[in-house]
Design a protein around this ligand. Structure first.
Ligand code: ADP
Ligand code: MG
Length: 206
């Protein structure tokens, strides 16, 4: 039931995560997160890093654990969340939609920063963050953008971005993942060739 409600794009488990391939991720820290204690503490978790390093994998894995503990989880990307809220606003059902997004024990917001939010999208996403903060509802968030660049993500509004970050970071565990894309690394190892490495270099610079 909880797993269906969550709308994960696919299922990933912590047991499938190769910690040896990703030394930037502290295994013990992730195991602590996997206890689910962060849920009752209303603590947020932010996975930061370039594409392909396992941010979504880890976010889904924590979501699956949360669901298996019998809690409601809702997974969305930042842009889908923004569109859903904008639609609800136009259809005069924003407050109901806000409740749907603040009630689950865990809200996962994936891919903050891949696409820039326009107004009113940015304000609506800010409201979700703010309302969950007031209810001490945990958020797991992933982003490829450093916090300093979040003004751009929030419709160019640096004040709103820092207000969002203030709430998110108040009780928060940040997992900073560096390194190259897992897929590209696997591909490169398979080919031991130049092309994948070049692509990896381009993405690392991006
Ligand atoms: P990101 O969200 O950071 O862009 P993903 O979590 O989507 O990256 O990872 C890309 C793919 O590589 C996924 O299929 C994921 O399961 C896999 N992957 C990434 N890192 C690891 C890892 N350390 N161990 C196992 N699979 C991994
Ligand atoms: Mg991802």
């Amino acid at each position: 039931m909880s797993l269906q409600f969550a709308r994960f794009p696919y299922l990933k488990r912590l047991s499938e995560f190769d910690f040896k391939a990703q030394p930037a991720v502290d295994k013990r820290l992730v195991e602590e997160l996997a206890t689910g204690r962060f849920l009752s503490e209303g603590r947020n978790i932010i996975f930061l890093g370039p594409p392909g390093v396992g941010k979504t994998h880890l976010a889904i894995a924590l979501g699956v654990i949360t669901a298996e503990l019998g809690n409601r989880v809702y997974f969305t990307t930042a842009i889908d969340l923004a569109r859903k809220l904008t639609k609800a606003m136009h259809e005069n059902r924003l407050s109901r939609e806000m409740k749907n997004l603040t009630r689950p024990k865990l809200l996962i917001i994936d891919e903050v920063g891949y696409l820039k939010l326009e107004q009113p999208e940015a304000s609506l996403v800010f409201q979700v963050i703010s309302q969950r903060y007031e209810r001490q509802g945990a958020i797991v968030l992933t982003s490829n953008k450093a916090f300093g660049a979040w003004g751009e993500v929030f419709a160019g509004d640096a004040v709103m971005a820092s207000a969002a970050l203030d709430r998110l970071l108040h009780r928060c565990t940040i997992v900073n993942i560096r390194g190259e894309s897992y897929r590209l690394k696997e591909k490169r190892q398979a080919e031991s060739g130049g092309y994948a490495k070049e692509v990896a270099n381009i993405t690392a610079k991006a």
